[in-house]
Design a protein around this ligand. Structure first.
Ligand SMILES: Nc1nc2c(c(=O)[nH]1)N[C@H]1C(S)=C(S)[C@@H](COP(=O)(O)O)O[C@H]1N2
Ligand SMILES: [Mo]
Length: 409
């Protein structure tokens, strides 16, 4: 039995117990408990239960697309900057490793290569080498894919494959220094995930292994803590590579090897995956890789998932981030982008990699509105009106796609 089958079976088991739990919650739960549930069964339109390894997530805050793809509901994003672990999205390209790896966290080892004195370091040793904390937006490269009319293959995320999370760990540069500094001629930082790979397949075709340009090292961490707690298995514990400003896939969970390399890895997820491929083409190494995030914002409230919006004073709020730059301003439109008003940034500024909450205090008489937001970063980059078409449905920051239609009564 391979890992995927095992995962599906455990997910199926979970269907039953979660269904029992939901029985009290109403008829949807009752349907699942009656055995109609399952990943592809007739009840597929019903909310899928949480798989076992993320059973601790808040079921009401997430959309379970599959056992390895779970999205935060737009209506669940709060106003206090940080996304709680219970609400944060999940994206695993491979089934998560066995929970045994977080039983003795300090013993987890990562091999450091491409330095003068390469060696294996345990989390216990890493904890002696330095400490830094960074708040950053973790966002899947495919967040917003669900808005592409071309229906790219992959999870149709809307806005919820993103969150703002705080990580603590040792700066990668401190680790490199402790091992004699970088070897000559290295231009990339390459991280490899520690999942067990199915046998009989070329590991390069399945391993989660990504290279980022060396400049990304400056603020990168080998992190063991998220939002003040040891990183859960689901989010990459015991140890995760954090590359602030770079899309989700570059933040390698269960990191088992960190190498400074002269070239990008030839792992398939790097060479062919996550490429900006023009319509009608296939991913290949000549195309731009999905790496740095760019300026983006969206409105979370009010939105169509909420119950009816009452006419009168309304706080229109959302989040904005610049990827590698801080947010300078956010404009909000209540008429689909014909006219714009400056929104106010609220809450603490947790640094250039975090998102900012914004709010527009508006008086809305009864009627229909298209609410949109448009962010500008400190480098003067303005969130684009339209997505850039690409086969994979990556990097969607277009404000038109992210607008919401609401009825005020
Ligand atoms: N080892 C490993 N790291 C990984 C992945 C993975 O499958 N395995 N998925 C990547 C992708 S595509 C994303 S979007 C983020 C998701 O992080 P999260 O599940 O903690 O939200 O992790 C990235 N790091
Ligand atoms: Mo992702």
């Amino acid at each position: 039995m391979n890992d995927l089958t095992r995962l599906e079976q455990s997910a199926a088991k979970e269907t039953v117990s979660a269904g029992r739990r939901q029985l009290l919650a109403g008829s949807a739960g009752a349907l699942v408990a009656a055995g109609v549930g399952g990943w592809a069964g007739p009840a597929a339109a019903q909310a899928k239960p949480l798989p076992a390894y993320v059973s601790w997530k808040d079921a009401n805050s997430v959309i379970v697309h599959s056992a390895t793809t779970i999205e935060t509901k737009r209506s669940a994003f709060g106003s206090s900057v940080i996304t709680p672990a219970e609400q944060l999205y999940i994206r695993n390209n491979l089934p998560a490793p066995d929970a045994a790896i977080v039983a003795d966290r300090d013993s987890w080892e990562v091999m450091i290569e491409g330095v003068k004195s390469p060696r294996q370091l345990s989390v216990r040793e890493l904890k002696t080498m330095g400490l830094e904390t960074v708040a950053m937006v973790l966002q899947c490269s495919g967040n917003g894919r669900g808005f592409f009319p071309s229906k790219p293959s992959g999870t149709p995320w809307k806005v919820g494959a993103a969150g703002c999370v705080v990580w603590s760990g040792v700066p990668v540069r401190a680790v490199a220094e402790a091992l004699g500094g970088m070897a000559d001629g290295m231009r990339f930082m390459t991280g490899s995930g520690g999942e067990k790979l199915p046998e009989g397949l070329d590991p390069k075709t399945i391993i989660v292994e990504r290279s980022v340009p060396m400049k990304a090292m400056a603020d990168s961490l080998l992190a063991w803590e998220m939002n003040g707690a040891p990183i859960s298995l689901a989010h990459g514990g015991p140890l995760r590579l954090i590359v602030p400003g770079y899309t989700g896939v570059n933040n390698i969970k269960y990191i088992k090897r960190l190498a400074f390399t002269a070239t990008e890895t030839d792992a398939r997820i790097m060479s062919h995956g996550y490429r900006i491929s023009p319509p009608g083409t296939k991913g290949d190494p000549s195309q731009p890789s999905v790496q740095e995030m760019s300026v983006k914002s969206w409105i979370n409230s009010p939105n169509p998932d909420h119950s009816m919006v009452k006419a009168g004073q309304v706080q229109i709020q959302g989040v904005a981030f610049g990827g590698l730059h801080t947010i300078r301003r956010v404009e909000v439109s209540i008429d689909g982008g014909r006219t714009w008003q400056s929104a106010r940034l609220v809450g603490p500024d947790l640094g250039k990699y975090a998102w900012r909450q914004f709010v527009l205090d508006a008086r809305l008489p009864a009627g229909s509105y298209t609410l949109a937001s448009r962010a500008t970063d400190s480098a003067g980059n303005v969130q684009p009106e339209q997505r850039s078409e690409n086969v994979g449905g990556y990097n969607n920051a277009g404000w038109v796609d992210h607008a919401v239609a609401v009825t005020v009564a």
